[in-house]
Design a protein around this ligand. Sequence first.
Ligand code: GLA
Length: 463
Amino acid sequence: MKIRFLLMLASVVFFINACSKDDNEAVAALEAPIANAPKDVNDHGFRAKWNYVSNSKSYLLDVSTTENFTSFVPNYNAKPVTDLNEVVAGLNGGTQYYYRVRAKSETEISGYSNVISVVTTGSSNIPEDPTFLKVKANKLANPFFIGMAVKASQLTSGSAYDIILKNEFSSISAEYEMKMDQISTASGVYNWTVADKIVAYGNANTINVHGHALVWHNSVPAWLKNYSGTDAEFAAEVKKYITDVVTHYAGKIKSWDVVNEAVDDNGGNMRNTIFLQRMGPNYVKDCFQWARNAANAAGDTSLLLFYNDYATSTNIPKQDKVFSLMDDLKASKLIDGIGFQMHNTYLSPTKAQLETDLNRAVTKGLKIHVSELDIQVNPSNDISTFTNERRLAQKEKYKEIVKIYNALPAANKYALTVWGMKDNESWIPFSTELNHPGNDWPLLYDSNFAIKSSHTGFLEGLD
Ligand code: GLA
């Protein structure tokens, strides 16, 4: 009896084991295919390709215009294919597409392959969105200024530039004509003509004016560079300059970059400028104090004071140093906001890097000015014409930064300023520090004042 029971038990155990073995085989997943770069890319399509998956009988192909496949190109939502490639046809020219594929056996469907990005050749026949930037921005629940860097010579009434500026932009920054070497010709002697023209243009057209910049190591006038007085006298000259300029424009401009680029690119130290050398490590705070005092004395108690710098999203020691400066200025109640220049490229910074950097400013309760935005498409000088691929990559990058900015809390938003209107007027192709002279297209308009896909991307970022 006992033996018979044990035999029965053994056969039950064997049966259960056998079943679970079968089950294991059934869940042995079909491998996901590896998708390959496309072939035969043309104006209307391409050949999508992928690797063989053992035990598969066919493949399911998805094609989309969005990287996360929130929608599908008609007929390409899990389209069954028996081969290892498929001609995708009927697409638009000059347009960004994505594809991915799954393997299918008689009983199973694999996970998704990697996603392949492909841009069709030819020019896009998808029209750009002609909506004016500030019109869309002003309809937001929490609007902010859309800024443009200007030169006084561009502000001729009735010119194409002037018309676009008034239609699209609600804030201006002087590209260079409000810097110290432009305004200060000798100790206590000022040439206001050009800077006044910019400020008057803003005031007359209800366009916000952002002052850029009181103190910057690259715009020190010769007389101050070669100043032979003592360090204390040097500091008094800087104080006098800040006081006079802030007083001159009190009530006419809403904000000033008090200090520009005080932090070094290496190791998160203070940049070794003439101001640091002559005035010591407290000079940034002194400059903010003098600006604040001058504004208050002139009856302008709502002037916003900003610190402005570049490359903080990718250079973490620099970011840390900038934010420790911010802590110091904030503790002394001397600062209102921070300017992130954002001379970016189509590849960098990443979304996560941008968000981390801007969110640190949110945490500190600072207003945020994306102050000099442009997006290079040729940082490695590997193209000689503006390709569709780069055009669309730039569009996405503009969309990304605008979206990140727009998502900030209302209290932290100030302005998002683009550093120039037309590609051919941008500083980027002419910069000797950037290694691609003559070849880049970083802005929202081409050289004929036609809106680019970057402009449409900017608008989409406001959705
Ligand atoms: C820096 C300055 C700007 C301008 C650019 C180059 O970013 O802050 O004022 O000079 O360089 O155009």
